[in-house]
Design a protein around this ligand. Structure first.
Ligand SMILES: *[C@@H]1O[C@H](CO)[C@@H](O)[C@H](O)[C@H]1NC(C)=O
Ligand SMILES: *[C@@H]1O[C@H](CO)[C@@H](O)[C@H](O)[C@H]1NC(C)=O
Length: 346
């Protein structure tokens, strides 16, 4: 009997060791591949660490504790829409110590801006398009690295680019070799993008599991300069966050932007934005939400990854001043984006 238990223990220990070492290999691979272009990665990790500490205290302040109590009274039905990719949170779980809010890669300069803002020092007023966050000039050059990206994913990327081009005044041009500046689509581990224009060859990764039209258009939108919907500075009027159902190490991913550093261009808050987190990302108990829509019927709209919706397009069309030039005929006067919202409603 004791011998059996002993053998069982050995098996368990061996399995643990094997798992640990394969995790280490994956981790090393991430560090090498994700970070191959980023010699400053250690400093970026440090900055992310400093920033995390400073935002978490703020987020879990007494005001939010009050909100989370009211949140418990709300109810929700889990999102049951078919064919949705698994969440970015899951896809990027090994990258969370280098990325901002799940899937954005900030440059060291952008981290410096964030830190000075969060620490209340050196508060400079800047718009989304100024300082370290800039607009692209047209046409936006992009390159698809076919040494890593397969033909099917390349096709999806081209469709994603075509979508933004079809419904905005943005114009893109595909390069045959990477050249600075450009968006370089690669297949790395996970799905991530730089935010905005950075005057470099900026990687945008469509890794395993990320090959979905909704995720690709989401990542391109980051490269265009857009943050996540639920981090808008006015989000507390639309959602209630239950911080008690967020894994403590991930609370920083629920920070909000400020009205001095970002602009919403008067575009309404949209639960159905392709940039909105799902209702239970980073949940301790994923069978209940940690984001509650104040308009309860919108609960299951959050987290859709089908395609950018009307307001996603309106934001970009405004941000890039497309509407002022609509006389040029490049922008349709009316456009409707159909995605199966009816399936998400009761
Ligand atoms: C973009 O427009 C072209 C031309 O009208 C069309 O063939 C293509 O399907 C559209 N693609 C997307 C993703 O909207
Ligand atoms: C920006 O936010 C601050 C602090 O939350 C607030 O006092 C101010 O009225 C806001 N300004 C605008 C233009 O919304």
């Amino acid at each position: 009997m004791n011998v059996y238990i002993f053998l069982l223990l050995i098996v368990v220990v061996v399995i643990d060791v094997l798992e640990a070492s394969s995790d280490d290999i994956t981790k090393q691979h991430y560090e090498k591949s994700v970070l191959k272009n980023h010699k400053d990665i250690t400093r970026i990790k440090e900055k992310l660490g400093q920033w995390k500490n400073s935002v978490v205290t703020k987020l879990t302040s007494s005001e939010t504790n009050h909100q989370k109590r009211t949140a418990r009274h709300l109810t929700s039905k889990r999102n049951s829409v078919g064919n949705q990719p698994i969440t970015l949170t899951e896809l990027n779980k090994d990258l969370l110590d280098v990325l901002y809010q799940v899937d954005m890669f900030l440059t060291e300069k952008q981290w410096d801006d964030f830190l000075s803002k969060t620490n209340g020092k050196n508060r400079r007023k800047r718009q989304a398009s100024s300082s370290s966050f800039r607009l692209w000039a047209m046409p936006i050059p992009y390159y698809i690295d076919t040494t890593t990206v397969d033909a099917h994913t390349k096709d999806l990327i081209e469709q994603g680019v075509a979508f933004w081009q079809n419904y905005t005044c943005l114009r893109f041009t595909e390069l045959t070799a990477p050249s600075s500046p450009c968006v370089q689509f690669i297949k790395d581990n996970g799905c991530y993008s730089y935010i905005g224009y950075n005057r470099i060859i900026q990687d945008l990764s469509i890794g395993v599991g990320c090959e979905h039209f909704g995720i690709i258009t989401h990542e391109i939108n980051h490269a265009l300069g857009v943050f996540h919907e639920q981090s808008r500075y006015d989000r507390d009027s639309y959602i209630t966050i239950d911080f008690t159902n967020i894994q403590p190490a991930s609370i920083n991913n629920f920070n909000e932007e400020t009205n001095t550093t970002t602009t919403n261009h008067n575009v309404p808050y949209d639960y159905g934005s392709v940039m909105h987190y799902g209702e239970a990302d980073f949940a301790i108990n994923p069978s209940i939400p940690n984001i509650y829509a104040k308009e309860a019927y919108q609960q299951n709209t959050m987290g859709q990854r089908f395609k950018p919706n009307f307001n996603d397009l309106l934001l970009i069309n405004t941000h890039y001043s497309c509407l002022e030039n609509s006389g040029s005929g490049t922008l349709p006067l009316f456009f409707t984006i159909e995605y199966p919202i009816s399936e998400t409603l009761d």
